[in-house]
Write a protein that binds this ligand. Structure first.
Ligand SMILES: Nc1ncnc2c1ncn2[C@@H]1O[C@H](COP(=O)(O)OP(=O)(O)OP(=O)(O)O)[C@@H](O)[C@H]1O
Ligand SMILES: [Mg+2]
Length: 365
């Protein structure tokens, strides 16, 4: 499979106004994205996910490292605004309202990126009509304004606007978090449908780990600007090898935020400030597995299975606490044993992240 996007050794820091210190938002991120593949970037708020996405889109200049689109390095000068790259990497926003001008008709909003490409008007109309059908909206919507549409319909339009240029890569930054459960499920199915028909690659940034589990081929777990673990999604969900991943995945199984407390206790202690990052493992101060070496030096990235990378000196020990299992229920029971916490049940039963069952029909009862 062709690699469409490669991010290599990416660092991004931001200067603090009136200070010589910097926020180290991204600290050595590397990954690849193949054609037709979905890579999910997950991690707590502030872990650097959006900053990675913005570097990929050329909206931020990396402090160090490279972003390659089909082997061509992107930079401040050679970015998605250059004619040959325009429309090739697109973004879907969390809030569809952000990408849609309230004074513009939907048809004109979707047409805009095609105008920017210099496509003749005669071709544009056909493209816009085809794309509105692709996102399962009636053509009549093209004459409406954003404000007359529901949040779910607006997100469909946001997706239409992103895919109308036939991009190779779409960065989806929390595409479902502003939606109600039914609209969320429909958008997830729509994204899968589009990918199946067009082989578009997705970089999916999301807190919604059950959606990530459902639609991603691979998953990269970020903590303080580093990818601490990445690998095939099914494998990482079934058998996480980094203590942070174990904590993150088990906390998401708790349906009630009030009951998340026990899991956060297992990763106790302060999150280091992104301004003063230690030279050692960033998790050492919070990790139940930490030993002297973790407090002294940063663990290297180790490939523990094909395409499964983990930054932890004690990944073998972590593996022992979690027997391979195919379902969330089994994973959850194992996480309970390991972490000594009371994790409540979540009724997830997909066998694979790309299960045949449609999400909407299985959840919107
Ligand atoms: N323009 C900026 N100037 C200064 N600091 C920034 C800037 N953009 C991001 N940061 C900081 O960089 C870190 C990573 O932020 P980022 O928005 O990438 O995180 P995130 O993982 O997307 O979080 P969330 O899940 O809340 O969206 C945070 O500490 C944030 O405060
Ligand atoms: Mg973000």
């Amino acid at each position: 499979m062709e690699t469409v996007l490669e991010v290599a050794g990416l660092y991004k820091s931001f200067s603090l106004p009136g200070s010589r210190r910097k926020v180290q938002a991204v600290n050595g991120v590397s990954f690849t994205l193949k054609r037709g593949e979905t890579l999910a970037l997950v991690g707590e708020s502030g872990s650097g996910k959006t900053t990675v996405g913005r570097c990929v889109l050329g909206l931020e200049e990396p402090t160090r490292g490279r972003v390659l689109f089909r082997g061509e390095e992107l930079s401040r000068r050679n970015n998605v605004r250059r004619p040959h790259l325009r429309g090739r990497i697109q973004l879907v926003f969390q809030e569809p309202a952000e990408s849609l001008d309230p004074r513009m008709r939907i048809g004109a909003s979707i047409e805009e990126p095609l105008k920017a490409l210099g496509m003749p008007a005669s071709e544009r109309a056909g493209r816009v009509e085809a794309v509105i059908r692709r996102v399962n909206l009636p053509a009549a919507v093209l004459d409406h304004y954003r404000t007359s549409l529901s949040a779910g319909q607006q997100q469909r339009v946001g997706i239409a606007r992103a895919i109308v240029t036939d991009p190779a890569v779409v960065v989806l930054d929390e595409p479902t978090s502003a939606l109600d459960p039914t609209a969320r499920a429909e958008i997830i199915d729509l994204l899968l449908e589009i990918q199946k028909a067009t082989d578009t690659s997705y970089l999916l940034i999301s807190h919604d780990l059950s959606a990530v589990h459902y639609i991603s081929h691979r998953i990269a777990v970020m903590y303080l600007g580093m990818i601490v673990e990445q690998g095939p999604a099914a494998e990482v969900f079934r058998r996480p090898r980094h203590p942070y991943t174990v904590g993150l995945l088990s906390s998401v199984l708790l349906p009630d935020p009030e009951i998340r407390r026990p899991t956060t206790v297992s990763l106790k202690g302060e999150i280091p400030s992104p301004i003063d990052l230690p030279k050692a493992c960033f998790l050492a101060g919070r990790c139940p597995f930490a030993t002297e070496i973790c407090r002294r030096s940063m663990p290297p990235s180790e490939e523990i299975a094909p395409g499964h990378l983990v930054h932890c000196y004690h990944h073998e020990q972590v593996a022992q606490i979690d027997q391979p299992s195919d379902t969330f229920a089994e994973f959850q029971a194992s996480a309970e044993r390991v972490l000594g916490v009371d994790v409540l049940g979540a009724d997830m039963d997909e066998e694979t992240p790309r299960g045949r069952r449609r999400w909407a029909s299985s959840t919107a009862k």
